[in-house]
Design a protein around this ligand. Structure first.
Ligand code: FAD
Ligand code: PYC
Length: 406
C-alpha cells in the first residue's frame, strides 16, 4: 500500500493511506487488546492480511488511561490461571519488542482494614498459593517496613489490620505497550488505520461478511471486537445482547517527586490505590463512578474524595499538587470477569468486559484471542469466560479481587 505523503518515514508503524477492499481479519479497536491480537495473529499464526481499525489514535482509549497495575492475585482458579499466564508473558515483552516498556516489579499490597477484608485476603492468598502464585497474608508491621511513610492508623478512621502481599505486582508504561504491539504487528504486515471508525457490520445468514467504516467498506469474514467501553455499541451492530454496563473510572497524577514509594498500595475500603511511576509522579485512582455513563469527563468530586482518602494513608502528601486527572469508560460485567471468545454470529469474536482490570491481561488476551480467531476455536484458557456463561448460570465471581472498591 502507499504511505501517506504526510508521514513518509514510519517511526513506530506505517500509516497506510487507504483501506483495502478485503482483509482476512478486521480488528475493531486500536487499544492494547486489539493490537496484541493483531501481533500474535501475525507472529504465531502467520495471518498478516489484517486491518486494525481505530476511531481515534492508538492507545487513546482505556489503554492510555489506565494506571498500569499488573498482578495475578485473583480470587477464582479461572482468574488466577489466566492472569498468571499474562504475568509470565509480560516478563520478556520488552525484549520481544526491542522497546523499553518500563516494566517495574514493585510488589503489591492490598490493605485490610476489617476482619472481613482480612478473611478475603487470606482466601485469596490460599487460592494463589495453590496455583503457585506468590501471595501471602502479612502483618501491619510488614507493610510499615516496606512503606515507612504510611500511617497504619489511617488517621484513626480505619486502622490497617494486615494485607495481602503479592510480590510479582508490577507497573509498566502503558503507551509503550500499545506502540510495541503496533510496531511488531506492522513489521509483520498488519495494517493499522487510525481515525477510522466502524459504523456498521454486515451479517448475512448468521455469518459476518463485511464492515462499514468512515473511510469506506471492507469485505471480511472475521471480525474481532476489542473496544472496551464502546462494546455495547458494536454489539448492537450485530444484534448480540450482553450484560455489559459502562461506568466511568477516573484517575489522577501528582507532580513528580524523587522516588520514595516502591510498592503499589491498594485499599479497597478507602477506595484508593497509588504507585509511583518511573517519572516520579504518583499515579492514583479510586473506585468506579457510581453512575452508568458513556463519557470520559472527570470531576472535582473525584479529585477531592481521592485526595482525602489518600491523606488518611499518607498525611505527608498534604502539600503535594495534583497535575492531571482524566477518566476512561469501564465495560463492567456482573461477575467482574471478562467476556471472550466466539459468539452466536459466525466470524464475530468478542474481547470485552475488561472493566477496571484489563491492562494486565493485554498479552494473554492478545494471545488467546489470536488463537481463537485463527483456529475458529476458543482457546482453552478462555473457556470459562464465554458470553454464554450468563445464560448458563456459570459466572466467575471475581469481585473480591477487583482491587478498587465497587
Ligand atoms: P481500549 O484501550 O479502550 O481500546 C479500545 C479502542 O477501541 C479505543 O482506542 C477506541 O477508540 C476504539 N474504538 C471504540 N469504538 C470504535 C469504533 N466504532 N471503531 C473503531 N475504533 C473504536 N487495568 C489493569 O489491569 N490495571 C490497572 O491498573 C487499570 N487501571 C485502570 C485505570 C483507569 C482509570 C481505567 C479507565 C482503566 C483501568 N484498567 C486497568 C482497565 C484497562 O485500562 C482496560 O481494561 C484495558 O486497557 C482495555 O484495553 P482494550 O484494548 O480492550 O481497550
Ligand atoms: O486491576 O489491579 C487492577 C487495578 C488497579 C486499579 C485499577 N485496576
Amino acid at each position: 500500500f502507499a504511505l501517506s505523503p504526510k508521514y513518509p518515514e514510519p517511526r513506530m508503524f506505517r500509516r497506510p493511506d487507504r483501506l483495502k477492499a478485503f482483509y482476512d481479519v478486521v480488528i475493531i479497536g486500536g487499544g492494547g487488546h486489539g493490537l496484541a491480537a493483531a501481533y500474535y495473529l501475525a507472529r504465531d499464526h502467520g495471518i498478516t492480511n489484517v486491518a486494525v481499525l481505530e476511531k481515534g489514535y492508538l492507545g487513546g482509549g482505556n489503554t492510555g488511561r489506565n494506571t498500569t497495575i499488573i498482578r495475578s492475585n485473583y480470587l477464582t482458579p479461572e482468574g488466577v490461571k489466566f492472569y498468571d499466564q499474562s504475568v509470565r508473558l509480560w516478563q520478556d515483552l520488552s525484549q520481544d519488542f526491542d522497546l523499553n516498556l518500563f516494566y517495574a516489579n514493585r510488589g503489591h499490597f492490598t490493605l485490610a482494614h476489617s476482619d472481613s477484608a482480612l478473611r478475603t485476603m487470606r482466601w485469596r492468598a490460599e487460592v494463589n498459593k495453590h496455583f503457585g502464585i506468590d501471595s501471602e497474608l502479612v502483618t501491619p508491621e510488614v507493610v510499615q517496613k516496606a512503606c515507612p511513610q504510611i500511617d497504619l492508623n489511617c488517621g484513626g478512621h480505619a486502622p490497617i489490620l494486615g494485607a495481602l502481599y503479592h510480590a510479582p505486582g508490577s507497573i509498566a508504561r502503558h503507551d509503550a505497550v500499545a506502540w510495541g504491539y503496533a510496531r511488531g504487528a506492522d513489521q509483520r504486515g498488519v495494517e493499522i488505520h487510525q481515525q477510522t471508525e466502524v459504523l456498521g457490520i454486515t451479517v448475512e445468514a448468521g455469518q459476518v461478511t463485511g464492515v462499514q467504516t468512515t473511510r469506506g467498506n471492507i469485505a471480511t469474514s472475521r471480525v474481532l471486537c476489542a473496544v472496551a467501553g464502546s462494546s455495547p455499541r458494536i454489539l448492537q451492530m450485530v444484534g448480540v445482547r450482553s450484560p455489559l454496563y459502562i461506568h466511568p473510572l477516573q484517575a489522577m497524577v501528582s507532580e513528580p517527586m524523587k522516588p520514595w514509594l516502591d510498592p503499589i498500595i491498594v485499599s479497597g475500603s478507602l477506595h484508593v490505590y497509588v504507585s509511583q511511576s518511573a517519572r516520579g509522579e504518583l499515579v492514583m485512582g479510586s473506585a468506579l463512578d457510581p453512575y452508568e455513563l458513556h463519557s470520559t469527563r472527570s470531576t472535582l468530586e473525584f479529585a477531592e474524595g481521592l485526595a482525602a482518602h489518600l491523606l488518611d494513608l499518607f498525611p505527608c502528601l498534604a502539600p503535594v499538587k495534583v497535575v492531571r486527572q482524566w477518566a476512561g469508560m469501564a465495560d463492567m460485567t456482573p461477575d467482574f470477569a471478562p467476556i471472550m471468545g466466539k459468539t452466536a454470529i459466525a466470524g464475530f469474536y468478542l474481547d470485552a468486559g475488561w472493566g477496571t482490570w484489563g491492562f494486565k491481561a493485554t498479552p494473554v488476551s492478545g494471545k488467546t484471542m489470536a488463537y481463537t480467531v485463527a483456529c475458529d476455536r476458543n482457546h482453552s484458557l478462555i473457556q470459562d469466560f464465554l458470553l454464554e456463561r450468563f445464560t448458563n448460570y456459570a459466572l466467575v465471581g471475581e469481585k473480591g479481587a477487583a482491587s478498587v472498591g465497587h
